[in-house]
Design a protein around this ligand. Structure first.
Ligand SMILES: Cc1ncc(C[n+]2csc(CCOP(=O)(O)OP(=O)(O)O)c2C)c(N)n1
Ligand SMILES: [Mg+2]
Length: 284
């Protein structure tokens, strides 16, 4: 049943209605769900991988988040966006991303707006080497108005999200996703606009460079070169539902894994507790 109306009024009315009804959310009703989430966090901990001789994208994001936990973050679109969502722990109202709308080029202009609105706070844009190039002319706006946005390019030399799909679902036939042959020198690009540019390639220089970037009075563009072929999980296979995401370690031997059931209609695997099959919608 559609509800058409001003979202603010509709949601307020819904909440008031919910508070009066027997189904009103209460701690006993959410207890099971919260416990389940807590267990998932134990079963599938987020760990930033490290590799010899090369930075992982995840460890770069972890280090930025460690040094600037209160910052307001924006992102562009792709793997760096998902890793930022996973590894930054920066709290509510500090996260601006186009999310599933997937707007490459969104990150730096969004950061500019955030910085103008929050002039006393640190604003950091985490971007990708391809996304950044969609709106790089905005460096001119940063320079012209002296807007102190810090932009970090997680530079894997690919449209990483596209490369991952071409690897996984198109038999490694890479098409138009390799950015390396035409990669600009981002430091020189920043300098061309009169902005501080920085290049980071090693673990040894990472923490110091981030501290220098955060301390700099003025906009900074930092190019961090990372492992080229890191994949980002979980991911949803084309045509499948979110409940069938891949890339998580196998469910541990637990009540959950033993209780996996198959949908009588389409045969899809289902988690215990599902009321409807995520694949075909059949009531279970
Ligand atoms: C304007 C626009 N064009 C195309 C896409 C499709 N798309 C999603 S992610 C991506 C690649 C992003 O590459 P990069 O910014 O380097 O991020 P990475 O995945 O490497 O972290 C593309 C082309 C999009 N989301 N937005
Ligand atoms: Mg990239």
């Amino acid at each position: 049943m559609p509800i058409v109306g001003d979202v603010r009024r509709v949601l307020t009315d819904l909440l008031q209605h919910d508070a009066k009804s027997d189904n009103a959310a209460n701690s006993t009703q959410t207890q099971d769900w919260l416990q389940r989430i807590a267990r998932w966090k134990v079963d599938y901990p987020l760990v930033a991988p490290t590799y010899p001789g090369v930075l992982s994208p995840q460890e770069v994001i972890v280090e930025i988040g460690r040094q600037a936990p209160q910052a307001c973050y924006t992102t562009d679109v792709g793997q760096h966006q998902m890793w930022s969502a996973q590894f930054l722990k920066n709290g509510p109202r500090r996260w601006i991303s186009s999310a599933g709308l997937g707007t490459m080029g969104f990150g730096m202009p969004a950061a500019m707006g955030a910085k103008v609105a929050l002039p006393d706070e640190q604003v950091i844009c985490i971007s990708g080497d391809a996304s950044f190039q969609m709106n790089l002319q905005e460096l001119g706006t940063l320079a012209q108005y002296g807007i102190e946005v810090k932009t970090v390019i997680i530079n894997n030399g690919w449209q990483g999200m596209v490369r991952q799909w071409q690897e996984a679902f198109y038999g490694e036939r890479y098409s138009s996703s390799n950015m390396e042959p035409s990669m600009p020198d981002f430091v020189m690009l920043a300098q061309a606009y009169g902005i501080k540019g920085m290049l980071v390639k090693t673990r040894e220089e990472l923490a110091g460079a981030i501290a220098e970037m955060l301390a700099h009075e003025g906009p900074v563009l930092m190019d961090v070169q990372v492992k080229r072929d890191e994949n980002c999980y979980p991911m949803v296979v084309p045509g499948k539902s979110n409940a069938q995401m891949v890339g998580l370690p196998k469910l541990l031997e637990s009540e959950d894994s033993q209780a996996l059931t198959r949908c009588g209609n389409c045969g899809a695997e289902n988690q215990p507790g599902n009321k409807f099959c995520p694949e075909c919608g059949t009531k279970l």
